[in-house]
Design a protein around this ligand. Sequence first.
Ligand SMILES: NC(=O)c1ccc[n+]([C@@H]2O[C@H](COP(=O)([O-])OP(=O)(O)OC[C@H]3O[C@@H](n4cnc5c(N)ncnc54)[C@H](OP(=O)(O)O)[C@@H]3O)[C@@H](O)[C@H]2O)c1
Length: 221
Amino acid sequence: PFKPVFDYSYDGVMRSFEDSLKRLGVDRIDILHIHDPDDHWEEAISGAYPALEKLRSEGVISAVSAGMNQWEMLVRFAREGDFDCFLLAGRYSLLDQSSLDELLPLCVEKNIGIIAGGTYNSGILAKGAQPGATYNYGEAPPEIIAKAKGLEEVAARHQVDLKAAASQFVFAHPAITTIIPGTRQPDRVSENFNLLKEQIPADFWAELRSEGLIREDAPLP
Ligand SMILES: NC(=O)c1ccc[n+]([C@@H]2O[C@H](COP(=O)([O-])OP(=O)(O)OC[C@H]3O[C@@H](n4cnc5c(N)ncnc54)[C@H](OP(=O)(O)O)[C@@H]3O)[C@@H](O)[C@H]2O)c1
């Protein structure tokens, strides 16, 4: 059995990077993420971040990133380091636009591309707002089920696939350069890709706004 260890030290990251290269059978990495350092800010900014900067300066990684389920610490990273991109999970979606005030404009200003993960908030926006649906990796609370049901009702009125809306909405923000919907089913990879091409009427988005289901200031596709 393995015992997980959170090690965001400079040496720990360099060791982990070397181990990853061996396991992957490659000699360089495109994007290296500082992953989930929520409880390790000091070590991440003073240990992991300088390690990633060094690897980028040597050309063995192309992009320095952090991946998190929160926007607040990504704001700190953006202000204190030189990041190329971030993986932001679940904090810019049809159900959660909490990153809209600070993180997303800051990333536009600093030319930091956002890879949006958890664009279905871990399931509810793809599988439907029913009891047992997952929201950010736990059971969806009643107010989220109610809001997701509201989204589904508007989508049904306009014959829109809510999954398509969930994906296209996220992409409409200029800070978002990539979305990575997750699935265990291979045929859903192409389905999720094709959702980006579905036509969604402007009236649908206008109704989400007028019903207060999305923020007034969120950019629309
Ligand atoms: N801290 C971080 O850096 C962080 C945190 C969270 C997530 N992420 C990354 O973000 C990516 C996406 O996250 P995620 O997969 O957890 O959440 P997600 O994309 O919001 O949702 C995944 C859920 O949606 C379902 N789904 C996906 N496509 C579907 C479709 N076409 N029809 C019906 N259901 C569909 C999946 O079910 P099925 O599997 O049954 O299709 C799964 O239950 C992953 O690469 C993950 O590693 C990173």
